[in-house]
Design a protein around this ligand. Structure first.
Ligand code: SAH
Ligand code: SF4
Length: 386
């Protein structure tokens, strides 16, 4: 087994090069060929010493997960299904907009958190992706689209870790992937354009603030511990007060001075005016009334069989948003993208499917419908209450 160089951030690559007796600047050269240029053939890396070009194929390779399927939506959204072996598949979704292009990336095959409204959660946990499998989604999409469009322009400007899996439960593989997204010798994305979305793994929120403070989105979904524990079982381990404390500790390190709360709108479950008012009260009373500088992103629930849940209607979602807006919170409602394919991001598999049967899953995925990102900013951010 040779090393997959997509598994390394620059430090890892430098350490690998050292084992070959190569200096650090060789690692930088390699890193640039791989991530900036999308080259995986060592013999084409013309500024590497010939001896190194000959040695590398014996000890290393560059490979992203194989593509099982690709679907192009009329609005430009593209979804890839990647084979990660053992019957597991994960998805990445490319969402172009006028001023950006976002790639939604998966971090795990399945997920152990088991949220009630999430089809990935209903599949159970299969395994953590490796760093190569995480960054490989970006590597593949960026360079495939550049080649297809005959351009050297950047294709992906934003990353959201909102695909399958809980990124903060795959921390050790996640961080080198994030570092590569940010590194100027790789993708050079600014921290504010890379978002980690979490269901609330409190200790790892703290570690992320130290190791790689990118933008943070927290999946809230409920204004009380009782309801949140029912929807997001991890809440039993890390209840709201602990989660909010972790959010407050994260803020000084956050690339923008706020964080985003995601809230999946579930008919009759968490979508009533009373829930919105409770939410406002909960946030504003945090830390002895100092509040928490945040915005809200309301996500219409993307239904799947056997969830037993239904999406809130449009009027209810708007009424909920209005309460948050009136309380001074920037609130956005996620719009539908990629309608004609199953481009749902965050709830990527449209159905709960047999993990061991990727072909069946692929066929079924094509039939499911979807929602995905794109937000409408309704009001400017309020000034912090402190
Ligand atoms: N595990 C992380 C990131 C992946 S899920 C997290 O939970 O934050 C990304 C987002 O999609 C989360 O906010 C999640 O709550 C949301 N989501 C999951 N299933 C959904 C569904 N069926 N409809 C709408 N949003 C969903
Ligand atoms: Fe896991 Fe996120 Fe789905 Fe919850 S919403 S089950 S944390 S992927």
């Amino acid at each position: 087994m040779t090393a997959n160089l997509l598994d390394f951030d620059i430090e890892g690559l430098a350490a690998f090069c050292e084992t070959l007796g190569e200096k650090r600047f060789r690692a930088t050269q390699l890193y640039r060929w791989i991530h900036q240029r999308g080259v995986k053939d060592f013999s084409a890396m013309s500024n590497l010493a010939k001896s190194l070009r000959e040695k590398l194929p014996q000890v290393a390779h560059v490979s992203a997960p194989a593509v099982l399927s690709r679907q192009n939506a009329r609005d430009g959204t593209i979804k890839w299904l990647f084979d990660v072996g053992g019957g597991d598949a994960v998805e990445a979704v490319y969402i172009p907009e006028s001023d950006r292009a976002t790639l939604c990336v998966s971090s795990q095959a399945g997920c152990a958190v088991g949220c009630r409204f999430c089809s990935t959660g209903h599949q159970g946990f299969s395994r953590n992706l490796t760093t190569a499998e995480i960054i490989g989604q970006l590597w593949y999409v960026e360079h495939t689209l550049r080649t297809e469009r005959k351009t050297t322009d950047r294709m992906v400007s934003n990353i959201v870790m909102m695909g399958m899996g809980e990124p903060l439960q795959n921390y050790s593989a996640l961080v080198p992937a994030l570092k590569t997204m940010l590194d100027d010798n790789a993708y050079g994305l600014s921290r504010r354009r890379v978002t980690v979305s979490t269901s609330g793994v409190v200790p790892m929120i703290d570690r992320l603030s130290q190791d790689c403070p990118v933008a943070l989105a927290v999946s809230l979904h409920a204004p009380s511990d009782a309801l949140r524990s029912d929807l997001v079982p991890l809440n039993r381990k890390y209840p709201l007060v602990e989660l909010f404390d972790a959010c407050a500790r994260y803020l000084p390190a956050a690339p923008r001075d706020f964080l985003t709360f995601e809230y999946c709108m579930l008919k009759g479950v968490n979508d009533q005016p009373a829930h919105a008012l409770e939410l406002v009260n909960l946030i504003n009373s945090h830390d002895g009334g100092r509040g928490l500088h945040c915005k809200f992103n309301l996500i219409p629930f993307n239904p799947f069989p056997d969830s037993g849940l239904v999406c809130s209607d449009r009027v209810t979602v708007q009424a909920f948003a209005d309460i948050l807006l009136q309380a001074g919170f920037v609130t956005t409602i996620r719009k539908t993208r990629g309608d004609d394919i199953d481009a749902a991001c965050g709830q990527l598999a449209g159905e709960v499917l047999d993990r061991t049967n990727a072909a069946k899953r692929m066929a079924e995925l094509r039939e499911a419908d979807s929602t995905t990102h794109v937000v409408q900013v309704k009001r400017p951010l309020p000034t912090p209450s402190v």
